[in-house]
Write a protein that binds this ligand. Structure first.
Ligand code: HEM
Length: 139
């Protein structure tokens, strides 16, 4: 399995975990545990990608797909900002400050959408060669 594919597989698993965590929103303890794990794993994934930057540059069509690559990085950074706000508002709700609940809900939708767009654009930023590899691996 190529390194880029390994990263994308993790990205897909994190997104699935996050989706499952949202479905658990009425079970506070479970929701907090799942979301914390997803956020932590996502940060570890970003570190893994950063530490193998040269491999990623080789794998992605950085010159041809520069615009889509920049859009992808922007979505990824915005997701991390979203995580910080989710942790902040989530902790406030846990401290019985219920006024933070609507904010957590709206920010949750925004953060989840940003994370989805990060996943989608990661596929677009791939070189045609890797896109073929991924298509073969999936179907
Ligand atoms: C990307 C991360 C997260 C997303 C997308 C997310 C999303 C949500 C959503 C949609 C709800 C339901 C809101 C409502 O219907 O009023 C919710 C509830 C909640 N979340 Fe999160 N959340 C995330 C992370 C966290 C974190 C890190 C914490 C804790 C530190 C947390 C704590 C809570 C609490 C305490 C509730 C209220 C549950 C209840 O109704 O009893 N969330 N979250």
């Amino acid at each position: 399995m190529s390194q880029a594919l390994f990263f994308q597989l993790q990205s897909l698993l994190i997104f699935s975990l996050m989706t499952f965590g949202i479905f658990q929103k009425h079970n506070r303890l479970r929701h907090v545990k799942i979301m914390s794990l997803a956020i932590l794993w996502d940060i570890i994934l970003i570190l893994q990608i950063e530490l193998s930057r040269s491999a990623i540059l080789k794998a992605s069509n950085a010159m041809e797909n520069r615009l889509i690559l920049n859009i992808h990085v922007a979505f990824a950074l915005a997701s991390v900002l979203g995580y910080a706000l989710m942790i902040y508002t989530g902790r406030k709700i846990l401290k019985q400050q219920r006024s933070f609940q609507p904010r957590h809900k709206i920010l949750g939708r925004v953060t989840y959408t940003l994370r989805f767009l990060t996943l989608v654009t990661s596929f677009w930023a791939q070189s045609p060669q890797n896109q073929k590899l991924i298509t073969t691996a999936i179907f």
